[in-house]
Design a protein around this ligand. Sequence first.
Ligand SMILES: *Cc1c(COP(=O)(O)O)cnc(C)c1O
Length: 399
Amino acid sequence: MAHRRTFLQRIAALPLIGGFAGKGSAAPVVSKPRDVIRELGVRTFINAAGTYTALTSSLMPAEVMEAMTAASKHFVSLHEMQDKVGERIATLLGAEAAMVTSGAAGALTIGTAACLTGTNAKAIQQLPDLTGLKSEVLIQKSHRYGYDHAVRATGIRMVEIETVEEFEKAVNPAKSAMMLFFNDAEPKGRIDAAGWVALGRKHGIPTFNDASADVPPVTNLTKYTKMGFDLVTFSGGKGICGPQSAGMLAGRKDLIQAARLNTAPYSDSLARGMKVNKEDMAGMLVALELYTQRDHEAQWKDWESRVKTIVTAVSNVPTVETSVLIPAIANHTQHLSIRWDQSRIKISPPDVMKKLREGQPSIEACPMTNSDQLVFTVWMMQPGEDAIVARRVREILSA
Ligand SMILES: *Cc1c(COP(=O)(O)O)cnc(C)c1O
């Protein structure tokens, strides 16, 4: 008790913490937030690349950060936070249920785990040991991709098929736990999204669509749940501009419940390490709300005008040709390709990319840049940055 009193007295004797930072000055000093990126000298740049994880993907609108800061000021039950945020997100995604995950990759892992364990406590504790459980995920060969590692992390084996006939031979009621669909690969596969759902329904196997990078268009947010996929995931920090470490898993109520049991705050779970904090949950919800309310047509026109700024700047540089490609599914936004006669302008696109990076301000071009073309996207640029990029590219190509 004596100890506690001394402590309280000491606290009382302290000046208002942070209120009077200036030595000997009576005037309160408004403290500036620390800028750690600046302090450490970490390079910042104009993002003319796109939503690349290693380039920190997207910037959160101020409202998102404010919601996260507000959330940071209270203790809450993490379960209750996930319940309530999940309900709102489910409504916006047109799903029965939803939750915030540690990115779309986290959603792939716990969504698969949910299909393997349901709400069976023993099975949940046992993962990634699949003894006595189903152990296979069906996938079209052309849908295999790097992120399926997050699905394999549960211990399952991928069973590759190409045609419906092959599917019917490979499907096994005792072993098939889930059917994974990589949304961006739809045009490459023999079985389309609706066909995949129909096969899942026929055999009673849950279907999971990874549509992580597939907004815009905003209509995709509800399209795949409506189509009948049992689970769908979107990244939080890509086109939706939420927290980069957040994502969403939406779908059947029983599966979302099972997914939650396979991750934090449950300690004895496969994905305990894929924790989501309350700030990310708050930020994810607000980012999604802002995204759904945005004037998408106006934004598209704004992106077009940014592309035009760059095109106009380089169009009269001799031999330069530009074209715009809009991928049909993932990263559905303008990709500006710039080509030139490299026997006349003697610099390669990767070398232009390097010069842009080393310039002031630094600019990151799209990693799709190769020896034939320099590529930019404009959707992650901040207002006015298109003009800076336009001027720098023109300078480099005219030199
Ligand atoms: C980006 C991406 C992921 C991973 O998303 P995170 O939110 O970074 O975890 C998974 N699948 C696809 C297809 C992606 O494009």
